[in-house]
Write a protein that binds this ligand. Structure first.
Ligand SMILES: Cc1cc2nc3c(=O)[nH]c(=O)nc-3n(C[C@H](O)[C@H](O)[C@H](O)COP(=O)(O)OP(=O)(O)OC[C@H]3O[C@@H](n4cnc5c(N)ncnc54)[C@H](O)[C@@H]3O)c2cc1C
Length: 551
């Protein structure tokens, strides 16, 4: 950015405008495989600053076409969603006021870390049930804009279900409130001779003109963060038109989120978990079906490679449980340790089936029924009560984070990290995917995920400097996403499209629907100000040219 423009930008907002090399280097990364250096990082102080930023870019765009704005909350996006080459707008510094809770709704700013958000909700015995595994390091802005999901999404659904109202700044530099509108309210909006009126008119037309194609394209799996959610905006039965459904999960490509009203749910008093250790996967499909029939709150899994890494780095893992928890965890994992160090085989897959209720009898009954129904299949099982559960969760929750930090010379490469298929196809699809990876010995991989949702996190560990690795990434992606499309799955259940998956939206949705995504983007952001290249217009070539060089 030239000096004159930079000086103008500094005069435009009260917040910080930074261009020092250290800041630019740090904001060149998120938790993805990519590296894109911004020109400036700004920290807006308040709503007026955010509006001024949008107006600044809109006014200077003709003379500086590469000027754009990319929002960032905690920067833990795994798809390259929060990095770009122009202005990064960081919300974590000033948009982090303590959330306000009224009844069962929390009003939050985007820069509030989930861990702080939850501290407040727990005071009311309430929780936002779609928190991601990155709960300790991510913020609410990213949760909303990625339509994040997590271990409880099987029972409670994803973020989209809980966002009731949002305050946003759109590309005309004004603030708007989005929420579900009745047909009469929609009619009034459409009549407005303003940018807002145009948006409602054009979006209503786009949806009603293409209604049957849009509904046909709605992913038939339990979770999806791919593309723009066009199928839930217009609810024909309830006769409501709700643009929050579109905005949630749009990765900051339609505008900036300033505030969100998020519905919370009560915490259940009792919980028990059954852990199932599978040494072979021949009965996997049946076990999944049996477990799902009992409506668990969560149903998660991790493979033997994940377990091996957890055992190897056990002290780092268990430290988070405190001294007493560490002893307990050591006892719980003792059989696995013995197998590991004496060279015996570890279970190929560990399944965690978690039941909760306010009635302790109901939980006990479900565990007993599950035991009974699994008996003919003879899996090795163990039951963990309330406090004991933590240690099992630790491996599942922390596995990816641990891999990110621990393995020397190798790095986590999320690129096929989040696909979803119907659970009944797991037994068929996972071996096909792992067979593809096994053809590339440079890729060490672990498989963990939300087995109940058919949502898998396969995150290989690689030496990113190895040229074979770099050429294999698009090859493997092509093959895996072709399989996902064949089984009518989603390329991303929760981590979203970003740089890595935007090029595959056509494989999943086809030409017509991706054209509608492009039209949607144009309606909201005609000058392509917000986070360009994500959701619309991103190419695999651009992504591959920005794979991290340094870690
Ligand atoms: C160890 C680890 C585990 C993870 N596990 C999960 C998981 O279980 N489930 C899951 O869903 N994700 C997971 N993720 C991915 C990521 O952490 C989550 O999606 C998280 O919600 C992102 O939050 P953030 O604040 O870091 O977002 P950021 O990275 O800051 O942003 C994410 C996206 O939202 C946009 N955005 C951010 N703030 C705004 C705003 N104010 N206005 C408009 N757009 C905005 C950004 O431009 C970007 O496209 C994981 C990541 C890591 C590193």
């Amino acid at each position: 950015m030239d000096t004159y423009l930079l000086e103008q930008l500094k005069k435009t907002i009260k917040g910080d405008v930074l261009t020092d090399e250290e800041t630019l280097a740090s904001y060149s990364h998120d938790a993805s495989l990519f590296e894109v250096k911004p020109q400036v990082v700004v920290f807006p102080k308040d709503e007026e600053d955010v509006k001024a930023l949008v107006r600044f870019v809109a006014q200077n765009k003709t003379n500086n076409p590469s000027l754009t704005l990319t929002a960032r909350s905690a920067g833990t996006d795994m798809s390259g969603g929060s990095i770009n080459d122009s202005i990064i707008v960081a919300f974590e510094k000033y948009f982090n006021h303590i959330p306000k809770i009224h009844g069962n709704v929390a009003t939050t700013q985007p820069g509030v870390y989930y861990r702080d958000f939850e501290k407040e909700t727990l005071k009311h015995n309430l929780i936002f049930p779609s928190y991601p595994a990155s709960r300790e390091i991510c913020a609410m802005g990213g949760i909303v804009n990625n339509n994040a999901g997590g271990e409880k999404s099987l029972h409670y659904g994803k973020t989209e279900r809980y966002v009731k109202r949002i305050k946003v700044v759109l590309s005309d530099g004004n603030t708007y409130e989005l929420k579900a509108l009745s047909q009469i309210e929609l009619g009034k909006k459409i009549l407005l001779k303003t940018f807002e009126g145009e948006i409602y008119k054009k979006m209503y037309k786009l949806i009603t003109d293409n209604y049957s194609e849009i509904m046909k394209a709605k992913p038939q799996v339990s979770k999806n963060s791919a593309g723009y959610n066009l199928w839930d905006i217009w609810d024909k039965d309830k006769k409501t038109f709700d643009l929050t459904k579109l905005f949630v999960g749009s990765q900051g490509t339609l505008g900036f989120l300033l505030e969100a009203d998020i519905e919370l749910v009560p915490i259940h008093k009792h919980r028990e978990m059954m852990i199932i250790f599978l040494h072979d996967l021949s009965h996997l499909d049946q076990i999944i079906e049996i477990a799902l029939s009992l409506n668990p709150e969560s149903f998660e899994s991790y493979d033997d490679n994940t377990l091996k890494l957890a055992l190897r780095y056990f002290p780092e893992f268990a430290r988070q449980l405190g001294p007493f928890g560490m002893i307990q965890a050591s006892i719980a994992f003792l059989p696995a340790f013995i197998s590991f160090f004496t060279g015996q085989s570890l279970p190929k897959l560990v399944l965690q089936v978690d039941f909760t209720s306010d009635d302790s009898k109901e939980v006990e009954q479900k565990i007993a029924t599950l035991k009974e129904r699994l008996k003919p299949l003879h899996p090795q099982t163990q039951v963990a009560k309330d406090s004991e559960e933590k240690r099992y969760w630790l491996v599942r929750r922390e596995s990816f984070n641990l891999l990110r930090k621990k393995i020397r010379e190798k790095h986590t490469a999320p690129f096929i990290d989040d696909f979803v298929i119907k659970p009944k196809y797991i037994g068929e699809v996972i071996p096909q995917v792992t067979d593809i990876l096994k053809k590339h010995p440079e890729f060490i991989f672990t498989v963990a995920g939300h087995v109940g949702d058919g949502n898998f996190h396969i995150i290989p560990l690689v030496d990113i400097k190895n040229p074979n690795v770099r050429t294999a990434i698009p090859e493997i992606s092509d093959q895996v996403y072709a399989i996902v499309a064949k089984y009518k799955g989603s390329i991303t259940g929760e981590h979203n499209d970003g740089m890595i998956r935007t090029p595959y939206l056509k494989v999943m949705f086809g030409e017509k629907i991706t054209d509608l995504f492009a039209e949607t983007k144009k309606i909201f952001d005609p000058d392509n100000i917000f986070n360009p290249g994500k959701k619309v217009g991103g190419t695999l070539k651009h992504a591959m040219n920005h794979i991290r060089q340094n870690w």
